[in-house]
Design a protein around this ligand. Structure first.
Ligand code: DGJ
Length: 706
């Protein structure tokens, strides 16, 4: 890891563990040179001495410039990194290099700041680049300062330039409720592709992550992949452009939809971080790099190094129909099954009988919990579990005391009725008084009820994005809402460092790096169908660490597809991430219950490997009737393979699966097989004899000698 500047060539080179990221100053503009493998010297780089100003040169040359920060101005026609309008009507920026600095941010990270300044107006743009030891990731963001009033129409966190060329392929994640994180691939052509969300949350439809592989040739194990993830939980966009010279540029930041923000003299704005990386090791290596970063740089510190507990939550079974007696009984059984957290989901609060009322009045329903929640919390703790509670703090129902008292706290426009979804409206968290109120009642609720686990849900998108009853109708609402959301989370984590927080947004609707510093796990999806889970996990883990992937055993038949699957298969699927149980323990047959107890015990014996190991997606559920996941500890001493077959026909025997990431020279004990060397396991493979329907295997692999 090093950041250098070559005075003669005016080249900045950022060296990560295995890559070089370089740009040069030409005519006071930072122009991108290279991002790829190897540590290249400035003299090795494709410096074009003929580079000319983008205002006075032959168009072909100018068009081929790769501006590190392409502000709208001059001969620029792509997605602008910054677009402003000055008070005098000028809508053109002419940013020139003014200075740079670099410093060690921590013992293992370094930051470069390159400052640009407009040739006429007192507007400064600082480009940040942060690198980390042991990683090929770079965090980038932008800070704007202005000395004059202006309107910002677009401001992006960063642009990335994968190597140009025809036939590159874009991989992205799309979906909807119950079907998040679906892997989509499309060839890049000379066009502009926009991945985005306008929902007020990062969204189910698209996830703020991308990968581009050279010539569409990468596999899970090999090939050049440029990838990145934006740390933002509201409206975002990632634009992928291939221009007339086959140059590829990826630009990410706030969505420009309904975006216009005014900055006054002396004001500053900092964009979200956009993390990017490059690998020659295919999609698998790209994911593992992001997983390590997610675990070691982003996750809240208290739980970062501890495996996630087993969670019981009765939502899938009883929905809103819960009460103290029933939850006490379930808690007893959940504890016997091996659960470590017992979560009371939606339906516990005053006014909530279905999904029509009460959001905002966060008091226990006296009919369901006549003595409040504390006796249940105490009982759960007496049983050796942590007490967890579901909340949906960003919502307000018309039929609530909160709405009757403070209708102006609702997001909406004064002349519009306001769309209700799930009979819910959204609280205007962009207001600081709402932020304070939210943090206050949550703090009280957590303290009074000895809550150790908070499931934070968000079940509707933002519509009519205005301030009811307050002055100003600024589109800053989109940004301020998310910033205040982060502020509430930060306050809760500061007050209760050991509080585990689950990020749920109708399942995985807000799975992103923006919330990662405040949330310990994510509801990957509401979809508890074991077969679907294999695909959901593959998509989720493109970017996000398995330790955060909440999911597990759901009801059987499962509501999503009506599918019936054996308990072992469902449990094995649940073991791919952070294990949850959501089944009716009161009606479970004795032998099934015993089996569940055993499966939870097995899970606990492997979860350290799953949560802190490297993930290798050995066979994809998207590609055939079986899927194989393998996790390996960083010291390569322990590994676990989880394999799943479904609808295997004609005596189909799946080929031996070549494992990965082991020490070739070590001998391993392979559960259920004879001992094998790492070399044999990775070359011959592991013969997994899956057959027919819903067949699954869990194979533990432990080093016994070198
Ligand atoms: C959506 C969540 O994803 C579910 O897990 C559950 O908590 C419901 N909301 C409750 O309304």
């Amino acid at each position: 890891m090093a950041i250098t500047f070559d005075d003669d060539l005016e080249v900045f080179a950022i060296y990560t563990e295995n890559t070089t990221y370089a740009f040069q100053l030409r005519e006071q503009r930072p122009l991108h040179l290279f991002w790829g493998e190897g540590h290249l010297l400035p003299a090795d780089l494709p410096i074009d001495e003929q580079v000319a100003s983008h205002r006075h040169e032959e168009s072909v040359r100018v068009e081929r410039h790769k501006e590190e920060f392409a502000a709208a101005g001059g001969y620029q026609f792509g997605q602008p990194s910054l677009k402003v309008q000055f008070e005098d009507g000028v809508r053109d920026l002419d940013l020139r290099f003014s200075s740079w600095s670099s410093e060690a941010t921590t013992a293992d990270s370094e930051t470069l700041v390159v400052s640009l300044r407009d040739a006429h107006y007192p507007v400064t743009v600082q480009l940040y680049y942060r690198t980390y030891a042991d990683s090929d990731l770079i965090d980038r963001w932008t800070v704007i300062d202005t000395g004059v009033p202006l309107t910002v129409e677009a401001v992006m966190s960063a642009s990335w330039y994968p190597r140009g060329g025809r036939g590159h392929r874009l991989t992205h994640l799309s979906g909807r409720w119950g079907a998040e994180h679906r892997i989509e691939r499309l060839p890049l052509t000379q066009t502009r592709v926009v991945l985005d969300s306008r929902h007020g949350v990062s969204g189910h439809d698209a996830n703020p992550w991308f990968a581009i592989d050279e010539a569409g040739a990468a596999t899970e194990e090999t090939g050049r992949v440029w990838f990145g993830a934006l740390h933002w939980s509201g409206n975002w966009m990632i634009t992928v452009e291939q221009d007339r010279w086959d140059q590829v540029r990826v630009t990410g930041g706030y969505n420009t939809f309904d975006f216009q923000t005014r900055l006054g003299p002396g004001e500053q704005h900092t964009t979200p971080v956009f993390t990017g990386g490059f690998t020659t090791g295919g999609f698998g290596a790209a994911s593992r790099m992001l997983h390590r970063y997610h675990r070691s740089r982003l996750l809240p510190k208290h739980w970062a190094a501890q495996a996630r507990p087993v969670i019981f939550n009765s939502w899938e079974v009883f929905w809103f129909d819960i009460n103290a007696g029933q939850q006490m009984r379930l808690a007893e059984l959940a504890a016997q099954a091996g659960a470590e957290v017992f979560v009371v989901d939606d339906g516990w609060f005053r006014g909530r009988h279905d999904d029509t009322a009460g959001l905002g009045d966060w008091e226990p329903d006296p009919n369901k919990f006549p003595e409040g929640l504390l006796p249940l919390s105490r009982e759960v703790q007496r049983l050796g579990m942590t007490f967890g509670l579901w909340v949906e703090p960003e919502m307000i129902s018309r039929d609530s005391d909160l709405y009757r008292d403070r209708p102006d706290w609702t997001i909406g426009f004064p002349t519009r009725e306001g769309t209700e979804v799930r009979n819910q409206l959204v609280l205007n968290l962009a207001r600081d008084d709402v932020r304070e109120w939210t943090a206050t009642w949550l703090t009280r609720l957590i303290r009074d009820n000895e809550i150790g686990y908070l499931k934070w849900d968000m079940n509707r998108y933002i519509t009519e994005p205005g301030y009811l009853g307050a002055s100003g109708q600024d589109t800053r609402l989109w940004i301020d809402y998310v910033r205040n959301l982060y502020a509430v989370f930060a306050q809760l984590k500061e007050t209760f460092p050991s509080l585990l927080i689950e990020n749920c947004c109708s399942g995985g609707g807000r799975a992103d790096f923006g919330l990662a510093p405040y949330t310990d796990l994510v509801s990957r999806s509401d979809n508890g169908d074991a077969l679907d889970m294999l695909k959901l996990h593959e998509g989720y883990t493109q970017a996000y660490a398995p330790i955060t992937a909440g999911g597990g055993i759901g009801e059987n038949p499962n509501g999503i597809n009506g599918r019936i699957a054996p308990l072992t298969y469902r449990a094995h699927a649940g073991m791919l991430g952070a294990f949850h149980i959501s089944v009716n323990l009161t009606t479970m047959r004795g032998d099934e219950f015993e089996k569940l107890v055993e499966l939870v015990r097995v899970y606990k014996s492997i979860r350290e490997i799953v949560h802190f190991g490297d993930l290798h997606r050995v066979a994809s559920a998207w590609e055939g009737p079986y899927a194989v996941y393998q996790y390996v500890t960083p010291d390569r001493d322990r590994s676990v393979v989880l394999a799943f077959g479904q609808a295997l026909q004609f005596q189909h025997i799946i080929p031996a699966q070549r494992l990965r990431g082991l020490d070739p020279d070590a001998t391993y004990d392979v559960e259920g097989y004879k001992p094998m060397t790492g070399r044999a396991l990775m070359s011959l493979g592991l013969p997994l004899e899956l057959r027919g329907d819903f067949d699954s295997r869990l194979v533990r692999i432990d080093r016994v000698g070198t």
